[in-house]
Design a protein around this ligand. Sequence first.
Ligand SMILES: *[C@@H]1O[C@H](CO)[C@@H](O)[C@H](O)[C@H]1NC(C)=O
Ligand SMILES: *[C@@H]1O[C@H](CO)[C@@H](O)[C@H](O)[C@H]1NC(C)=O
Ligand SMILES: *[C@@H]1O[C@H](CO)[C@@H](O)[C@H](O)[C@H]1NC(C)=O
Ligand SMILES: *[C@@H]1O[C@H](CO)[C@@H](O)[C@H](O)[C@H]1NC(C)=O
Length: 618
Amino acid sequence: MQCSIAKITLSLHLPNFKPFKMKLFLSSFAVLVALGVAQGASIPKNSIQLKNIEVLDGEGKYILGWEINEAGDEIVFEVEAETLGWVGFGISPQGGMTGADIFIGGVLSDGSTYAQDRFGIGRTEPKVDDHSDWRLLEAMELPSMGKTILKFSRLLDTCDDEDYLIGNDTNRLIWAMGDADIIRYHGTTRRGTKSTNLIHADLPELDLDTVQTWPMILDMEMPTVDTSYWCSFHRGPVLSAKHHVVGFNAVLPSAEALQHTHHSILYNCFLPAGSNETLEEVLGNYTVDKGHVGGDCYDPDTILPISYCIMGTFYVWAKGGKTLVFPEDAGYPIGDLPGQQFYMMEIHYDNPDMIEGLKFETGVEFYYTDELRPQEAGIMILGHEVDLSTTVPPNTPSYKDVGHCGSECTNMFPENGINVFNSLLHSHLSGRKMKARHFRGNVELPWLDYDDHYDFDYQQNKPLMTHVNVQRGDHITVECEYDSVWKNGEIVLGGLSTREEMCEDIVWYYPKINVELCTSGYDIDAHIREFGVTAYTETMTPMLRKYYIDAPENLQGDFFDSITYKFNWTEEFRTEYTNRRMYGIHTGACGIRDEVVHYDITYPESFIEYVPPNQCQA
Ligand SMILES: *[C@@H]1O[C@H](CO)[C@@H](O)[C@H](O)[C@H]1NC(C)=O
Ligand SMILES: *[C@@H]1O[C@H](CO)[C@@H](O)[C@H](O)[C@H]1NC(C)=O
Ligand SMILES: *[C@@H]1O[C@H](CO)[C@@H](O)[C@H](O)[C@H]1NC(C)=O
Ligand SMILES: *[C@@H]1O[C@H](CO)[C@@H](O)[C@H](O)[C@H]1NC(C)=O
């Protein structure tokens, strides 16, 4: 993802063309727009009356509707499922059966209804719960259509320690249906899982007829490497004056695009201050419409003009994400410099099976208007640096990494601070929980955002329920909890691959300021030496820096291999190590365009922790 915007330093070389035949860009415009919209999941015809609807099976055989009651304490569900047998629905802490809160119901052939509250205890028939939290409201069968419709409700917080608390973070839903009314978990069961936000701020409406759409698509063969970050250059609209971008979407027109595109980042390209060149001169020959597909973003010998764009993060989409629509009073300015606009797109292709010759289209689009909005929006990256100081110990179910944004950076905010309206929490496959904490002085305020059920496959540009005012001098800490058990004894390093880790909160806010990055990391040299290393070598690779341990002899070798297989992670070391990484002094980075200011930072001193209100104690 962002994946270390500030880290790429590249020199410019003369252009070097690879002739490439491109699909017609402009004539496929209309088709791409249609696909981009369709990507927001079309809902098949159904009878559900509730406000929110989602197709859980992807085919329309299991459709879920839901709505929160006016008092805000109860949620009503309605399921339309293609079966005359039992229908099951549940909410699960990790996406599996274990610990899931499950409701099963149906209609018998004599017309009578049944419903049960169950609790998942693994990949077996869930046991019947002692006390019932779910309430069956309605059940009916439509034999001619082969469908069952169930309406049922549950309190968001049942005040029972054993029940799942439905919060406004990711909810991992599980669903199942049987062919008969006898509940069996083998043979005829159809089932699946899908993540969503049951409680969410309403997406502001955007009428696509009132704005213009600009798609940027790359159509090429996916590189035959495990992880590649591919940079391509695109012409934006030609503008005679400033416009506002008011929304974004990913354009993933095929199953291949959906599967292998792990993130895309759009960057705005600028000329350095005082330049006597034009963007056309420096970028014009590299654009996709001129037949140039771009190249590896991290190739140190690149000839691509990446340096003009890399500081202009504009839009981040990550796997599972949906449309991003700005609040009605905010827009991101483009065309400050009138004329032809240029953008760079970074695509993270994930190809762990090293598939060869797979060609598909992937990209993003933005929606823009000449009706300027009162507020100008900006994007900022918070969290931990993407580097080696993220080292998750082996076989650890829960390890916490933190990244600070301190007052040294927020002091540059405007007098009335900034207002955050959207948040994208980002970590990779080991990420389990994330939280962006907000401090003013030594008092912790409500979290900016959190996710106790982080799902790598469901990353959202989440509109915040209340816009958060971050003032001058405030402090924000992003905390990420990782689980390395699935790596079978291996450590997990910070890095760009999905099997390595990141810890970021990418936020949209207004009014726009020049600060684009506010992160921190533990000092790399101190980090390496704490493992008892006395000598090491650092080399630049196309991706990130690599470290090789030279001494002592018993740890000699590549850092990852040695610290995984040769280093003795004793309990005592783990405890001290974990504490130091979390509470020790970090080096903060405050990034303003092409300049990064460094400072020392840790948590605010003896702060008063924020405790979310608990209705149950009342
Ligand atoms: C642009 O500026 C560079 C130095 O910054 C100078 O060498 C070059 O001649 C200038 N080009 C033009 C067309 O003025
Ligand atoms: C771009 O390509 C054209 C045609 O090949 C060439 O004349 C021009 O010098 C190139 N521009 C740059 C900046 O390399
Ligand atoms: C979740 O809800 C809490 C209060 O209920 C609120 O403070 C927080 O901003 C919400 N989170 C998001 C992402 O909207
Ligand atoms: C690791 O250290 C512990 C505690 O000092 C010791 O008991 C154990 O044998 C060591 N393991 C290895 C593989 O050296």
